[in-house]
Design a protein around this ligand. Structure first.
Ligand code: CP3
Length: 345
């Protein structure tokens, strides 16, 4: 198996910089569209053979150095007892948002073997099918990011109800976050036990918080999950606080092996700020994949130069790949990372 990705996570020596892309299994690939045309997104997540098939597509088509489980961060919230819908062009919707004590009390901590077995089964299939290929990344949403979907009832712009609960009803907010944290901890433990070889925690909305609020109301739950995971597994853990340029010093205290960097930060400066104890992942602007080849390669070279000073660097986008990206452009990115990092090392 190509273990370059795992080595970079741990800060071990590598022959070239490994690369994968957030949302690499998805709508920009015609091969994904073909599978997806036969069933809904949620049905696809819950059909292990097909979820495994689309997970492997970018590995075979693009030559990435890691596979990421095909699922969604919102899947365990459905298992907590909520109704989850995905609406075309709108995105995820929770028709019954969680905004009061009764709603929080109704949430259950699911037993992953019982309520989320389809995810664990997808992982088991993938480990068999990826055995000679690349490592498998499992994932979950960070508690704050998951809470925003539960409280707002879907995606949001101002996070009014989330912040209102955080500021005006701190005890209700923390009781909700505690429950999400417990659910996420058992869920990630089960993923590692089923065979996930690394775990990424997505904090997509961390960047809407002031540093003090992030430190008080988001980060401690991530720290708790990571500390708990360390008791039962030694798989590398990646923490990605999106839009987190002002949160880097705090994110470093999460306990993760790897910190994800979005494209808004200069990777060289971020590496200098973070120091030698942590690897980094990122950070090409996903829309930069549309650049002409020469310019795209120049951006890759700059990111590789910045990342080369880190303990370890996994090249990636600064957020998920956009659905209208031509796959051939994604391939130019992946090949450029491999080629240019071999030359410079
Ligand atoms: O990275 C991968 O390829 C693995 C699969 C994966 C998906 N979602 C598949 C998906 C992962 C890791 C996610 C994480 C996820 N989901 C996040 C965190 C990362 C980020 O983008 O910040 C968030 C916030 C979600 C919630 C979510 N799921 C939203 C807001 C949406 C709708 C917006 C959109 O892009 O359509 C989804 C749907 C979703 N998740 C799709 C895919 C492939 C598109 C569904 C489809 O095929 O119609």
């Amino acid at each position: 198996m190509n273990d370059t990705f795992l080595k970079a996570c741990r800060g071990e020596k590598v022959d070239y910089t490994p690369v994968w892309m957030m949302r690499q299994a998805g709508r920009y690939l015609p091969e994904y569209q073909k599978v997806r045309s036969k069933l809904t997104f949620l049905e696809l997540c819950k059909t292990p053979e097909l979820a495994a098939e689309v997970t492997i597509q970018p590995v075979d088509i693009l030559g990435v150095d890691a596979a990421i489980l095909f699922s969604d961060i919102l899947i365990p919230l459905e298992a907590m007892g909520l109704t989850l819908e995905f609406h075309e062009k709108i995105g995820p919707v929770f028709p019954n948002p969680v905004r009061d004590r009764q709603a929080v009390e109704r949430l259950i901590i699911p037993d992953p073997d019982e309520h989320l077995n389809f995810v664990l089964e997808t992982i088991r299939i993938l480990r068999r099918e990826l055995a000679q290929k690349v490592p498998l990344i499992g994932f979950a949403g960070a508690p704050f990011t998951l809470a925003t979907y539960l409280i707002e009832g879907g995606s949001s712009k101002f996070f009014f109800d989330t912040k209102k609960m955080m500021f005006a009803e701190p005890e209700l907010y923390s009781s909700l976050l505690e429950k999400i944290t417990d659910c996420t901890t058992v869920y990630l433990k089960a993923q590692a036990a089923a065979g996930a070889q690394a775990l990424q925690i997505f904090d997509s909305w961390a960047g809407v918080l002031a540093p003090g609020d992030f430190a008080r109301c988001a980060l401690p739950y991530v720290q708790r999950i990571i500390a708990d995971l360390r008791k039962s597994t030694d798989v590398p853990i990646i923490y990605f606080a999106n839009n987190g340029a002002t949160l880097l010093d705090l994110s470093k205290t999460s306990g993760a092996d790897v910190l994800g960097l979005d494209w808004r930060v200069d990777i060289a400066k971020a590496v200098e700020q973070l120091g030698p104890d942590v690897s980094v992942q990122g950070n090409l602007d996903p829309i930069a994949l549309l650049l002409p080849e020469k310019d795209l390669r120049a951006r890759v070279a700059k990111i590789l130069a910045g990342g080369s000073k880190a303990r370890g660097h996994i090249c990636n986008l600064g957020h998920g790949i956009h659905q209208f990206t031509p796959p051939a452009q994604a391939k130019i990115f992946i090949d450029a990372v491999h080629e240019l990092s071999r030359k410079t090392s």
